[in-house]
Design a protein around this ligand. Structure first.
Ligand code: SF4
Length: 63
C-alpha cells in the first residue's frame, strides 16, 4: 500500500501525526508531510487508521 497526501486539501488538524508520527509529520504551517510513503506492518495499520480519521479527506490509500 502507498499513502497519497493532497497538501492543498489538508487543513492541518494533525490527527494523522497523532495516530502515527513515524508515517506522518507536519511542516511549519501544519500541513501534512508523508515520511513513509509505503508503510508496512504496524505502520501500515496505523496509516490506514489515520486515513480514516483525517477530517479533510486529504489522505488516500493506493493499493
Ligand atoms: S489529519 Fe488530514 S487534515 Fe489533519 S494534518 Fe493530517 S492530512 Fe492534514
Amino acid at each position: 500500500m502507498k499513502i497519497a497526501a493532497d497538501r492543498d486539501t489538508c487543513i492541518g488538524a494533525g490527527l494523522c501525526v497523532g495516530t502515527s508520527d513515524t508515517v506522518f509529520d507536519q511542516d511549519d504551517d501544519g500541513i501534512v508531510v508523508v515520511l513513509v510513503e509505503e508503510p508496512d506492518g504496524a505502520d501500515a495499520d496505523k496509516a490506514r487508521e489515520a486515513v480514516s480519521l483525517c477530517p479533510s479527506g486529504a489522505l488516500r490509500i493506493i493499493e
